[in-house]
Design a protein around this ligand. Sequence first.
Ligand code: ATP
Ligand code: MG
Length: 657
Amino acid sequence: MTTITSVSREARLFDPPEAFAKAARIPNREAYEAMYKRSIEEPDAFWLELASELHWFQRPTQGLDYSNAPHAKWFADGTTNLAYNCLDRHLESARRNKAALIFEGEPGDVRVLTYQQLHREVCLFANVLRRLGVEAGDRVAIYMGMVPEAAIGMLACARIGAIHTVIFGGFAAEAVRDRVNDAQAKVILTQDGAWRRGSVVPLKANVDKALTETPCVRHTVVLRRTMNDIEMEAGRDHDWNDIVKSVDAKCPAPALPAEQPLFILYTSGTTGKPKGVLHTTGGYMVGAYASTKYVFDLKDEDVYWCTADVGWVTGHSYIVYGPLANGATCLMYEGAPNQPDPGRFWDIIERHRVSILYTAPTAIRAFVKWGDHYPLKHDLSSLRLLGTVGEPINPEAWMWYRRMIGAERCPIVDTWWQTETGGMMMTPIPGAIPTKPGSCTVPFFGVRPKVLREDGTEAGPNEGGLLVVERPWPSIMRTVWGDDQRFRDTYYTRFPPRDEEGKSWPIYFTGDGARRDEHGYFWVMGRVDDVVNVAGHRLGTAEVESALVAHRSVAEAAVVGRPDELKGQALVAFVTLKQGEVAGKTLKDALLEHVATEIGKFARPDDIRFTDGLPKTRSGKIMRRLLKEVAAGREVKGDMTTLEDFSVLAKLSKDDE
Ligand code: ATP
Ligand code: MG
């Protein structure tokens, strides 16, 4: 078997709303096609041109340098500074007084930082880092909540050429310890505590625990946020506000090589032990800048809100670097979506007149579960564009998002990309590309995705296969930090390099399954590791789950294979219901029947298990590899450092006994 069977019958198509297209940077399909064509035929010229919209101390003349393949370099003879491009560049115009960050704390406090103010804070903090002995190339760990200082810390590192590694504030001490040691960080930036669902997450106490086993760390800088009691060790731990007072606000941005390492970020850990992805400055900057500009069709008047955490790549590229490089106004929200109630997001949108919302399928499914009355209570008419990222979005969740949040007026950009890719890879351009619910549609500029069969030949229309990307793009990862072999093994050994134009081109394997439909649209079908064998078909998880989510009682579903003596694999579905729905035999039978009619009898699950929650990574992705073990009645093994809530797993395993 070399292909993945597609069972989806999704055929709805939505044109870009006329009013949106008229005002868009890329107003029609022809304009997209022309730009895409140029980006493929003359990638160096195309990207150098986009790069020239940003500030370079030394203008690059080179695009891609692939002499050390599969390690790509971009703009290698240029020098720049990412913090300069996010801040100083805007001080020359009226943007200097524009809100760069609008911060809303979970308790309801609001703080606005203009570009000028943010610039000052970053300069001060860059000097703090220098005072603490941080030099270009040194690593700084940032273990904070969603507060402006997290972005200030990142930008301060970028300014002086230090490498940041942001550790999501929901991680425990052990995960902090492992990442700090892996990166050999000299300094940790943290907080006394972070607000989460009305209570305090004790970040500094977690750092203290980690610090007993992280000899590389010399200093910590601690922001006071929740005012809980903390211990401060003199000489090692510094109060953020105090130490900032002891330095100068002048900090000219140095010219850094384009290939200066920028950050290390660990992947979500959905499929296994997280990989420490390394990104560098110039290519990443241009990729984040260009995708933000075109995919969000960003205008100076927008209030843009990405609900991701800065601890994930989405927060790096689309809260901090991409939007700020574009001079955007970004909203940053500290807390949980259901604090004080599940209407918080809609309340924020109404009060701040948010015009662009970028969130994740897991959040959308939670909103569906909580009920329509929350969004209905609020005025969402300021919204003009919606986006999603992180997992395949079930078509019915997409339709809900379009109807309930977007009032059928806002295009939806379903953006497929990875920590490794640095920026969006496949996505509709909102004024130009008609959308289909559940499809990430077409490639972004310079991206050459293909769906391959196991033998490396290209799959036909609607034939599911392995998703790869040919040729490097500017924001591609440079290596796995400290483990170059893992970089080669994970991404470049699945398919042999291809010889073209007298060169050998390694093929980047994404780990995802996908199909390309008869219109050239891409549909991500789930992880290749999660493909289920039933009745002679190999099924991707996304389509079967989407059939379940299309039932009116279901909020979320995960399907996995369980070893079966007769069939090879039996299909097990874990299902979460909408508020007010009752689990039981009647519903189970109805769901089985529903899948049989939606897909076919062969895909009818052998078992349906109702659950209050699914095991997810801390970035909100369903961890099917753990569910596989539960379904098989085995002890759950494998890397669980990124599991969000152990009790969910414990409960599922217990139900099993
Ligand atoms: P790990 O690599 O450690 O297993 P991860 O792959 O979940 O974790 P991320 O880089 O956070 O780490 O996620 C990237 C993956 O998320 C993609 O490979 C894809 O499976 C999924 N994904 C992201 N956006 C989309 C999307 N729009 N549609 C479908 N899948 C998506
Ligand atoms: Mg991955």
